[in-house]
Design a protein around this ligand. Structure first.
Ligand SMILES: Cc1cc2nc3c(=O)[nH]c(=O)nc-3n(C[C@H](O)[C@H](O)[C@H](O)COP(=O)(O)OP(=O)(O)OC[C@H]3O[C@@H](n4cnc5c(N)ncnc54)[C@H](O)[C@@H]3O)c2cc1C
Length: 406
């Protein structure tokens, strides 16, 4: 049972299951661990949200919902010791440690807390949770902990442009709000990789979903679900959906899951009667008008194609960092966009030349002094919740050194 099902609903959403706007609301509330009830409507009406005080909002934006929940905030200070961008596990961890250490800390998040981890229905390998924990619950606990120590969290706000000078970073949010801080940590993680197929954008949230779609499980009841990808996120999605859907098909290009999936997930998938792995296969076309109706699958060995009827396709094929802003401010990244830090920066001539100070960069420090990177966005990072949390905590230790020595 999810946290969302356990508690009294705080929000009622009326709408079509396949409406992208309704999906956005479900996904946001699920990630924030806010109990909600979704009441499916057949008609083409746009989603309506109802709150316990009787307020009804038609087609609300995420910002309006955060305002209504009392979560929307503007920065309370003109200047902070530390600004953290991205509230996934790395950013939340940095916020907890920094605020516990007494740093004036602000954490800016484009969407909901928890990052990729919040889309996981159950994280089973995070230390201290032998029975696993849902990503949304882990994120909500971390949010509470950061707030308890005094960190300010600005949700549904994205950092879009930076101006970095020695000793001070200025970052502008989408709406022009300015965040000024002595040091900053970039924990913006990765964005889901797309299939790159025609119709994909149009069917997003209307049958095509990125990540494990933890909020969507109950709606797949009795239907066929396709999951693309052979990594742990795909395996977790399969096991979550298998509780609801009629059949689950995991679509992979290779010939087995063994090389890409943790052993515990391989065993569960093999034991699940309604999960099938389609090897040497890829999705090559998406069909549907208002929502996904079918997909075309191709056998990579002989090119044979077949159409499969489905209203549910979850794409779990990893991610890429979105660090387009970095060039403009001289933050070095590798060819794939991951930010280069500490020893990696010093070891290669092409990167070392970009470091401006006599001292070596601190571990997790980027090529701009006082700007750190932690978690999945960092070159060479280990893509795990525990390592992101560890790096978030470590970054704060180096922020202290930077603030005391420059
Ligand atoms: C479905 C799924 C299941 C997983 N299961 C496991 C597991 O069981 N065990 C495990 O160890 N790992 C698991 N992982 C991997 C793990 O979740 C990631 O390694 C981890 O979340 C990385 O944390 P992060 O904080 O570096 O980045 P992310 O989690 O990617 O968080 C980055 C955050 O930054 C925000 N952001 C991006 N750009 C901006 C901007 N410009 N301004 C403000 N905010 C921004 C994003 O919205 C996001 O919230 C899973 C991943 C997925 C997708």
């Amino acid at each position: 049972m999810t946290a969302t099902e356990r508690k009294e609903p705080l929000v009622r959403i009326y709408g079509r299951v396949a409406s992208p706007e309704a999906y956005q609301l479900r996904d946001f509330l699920h990630r924030c661990d806010v109990p909600f009830e979704f009441i499916p409507l057949e008609s083409g009406r746009q989603p309506v949200c109802e709150f316990p005080d009787g307020t009804r909002m038609e087609r609300p934006s995420i910002r309006q919902v955060t305002e209504k929940l009392g979560w929307f905030a503007n920065p309370s200070r003109e200047e902070y010791d530390l600004a953290i961008y991205g509230a996934g596990p790395a950013g939340l961890s940095a916020a907890v440690y920094a605020s516990a250490d007494g740093l004036k800390t602000v954490l800016v998040e484009r969407w909901a807390v928890g990052g990729q981890a919040a889309s996981s229905s159950r994280i089973e390998n995070y230390l201290g949770f032998p029975n696993g924990i849902s990503g949304a619950e882990l994120a909500e606990r971390a949010r509470e902990q950061a707030c308890k120590f005094g960190a300010e969290i600005l949700l549904a706000r994205a950092g879009v442009r930076a101006e970095l000078a020695a000793g001070k970073g200025v970052v502008y949010l989408e709406d022009g709000t300015k965040i000024v801080a002595s040091a900053s940590v970039c924990t913006t993680g990765v964005e889901y990789r797309r299939l790159g197929l025609p119709n994909e954008e149009r069917l997003l949230g209307a049958g095509v979903y990125y990540g494990a779609g933890a909020s969507e499980g109950p709606f797949t009841k009795g239907e066929d679900v396709y999951i693309v990808g052979g990594g742990n996120s795909a395996g977790q999605a399969a096991m979550h959906m298998a509780q609801f859907a009629r059949r689950i098909f995991i679509v992979i290009r290779g010939d087995s899951l063994e090389e890409t999936l943790s052993q515990y997930l391989v065993e569960r998938i093999q034991a699940a009667p309604n999960v099938e792995v389609l090897t040497h296969t890829e999705v090559v076309a998406l069909h549907g008008d208002k929502r996904l109706e079918s997909i075309t699958l191709a056998d990579r060995r002989n090119g044979e194609r077949r159409e499969a009827g489905t209203r549910w396709l979850f794409v779990c094929i990893g991610g890429i960092p979105h660090t387009d802003w970095a060039d403009a401010v001289g933050v070095v990244h590798d060819a794939a966009g991951y930010l280069v830090t500490g020893p990696d920066l010093s070891s290669a001539e092409k990167w070392r030349a970009r470091w401006p100070l006599d001292r070596a960069p601190f571990y997790l420090e980027t090529s701009v002094p006082g700007v750190f990177a932690a978690g999945d966005v960092r070159h060479g990072s280990v893509k795990r919740v525990a390592s992101a949390v560890g790096e978030g905590a470590m970054a704060v230790a180096f922020v202290h050194r930077y603030l005391s020595r420059g």
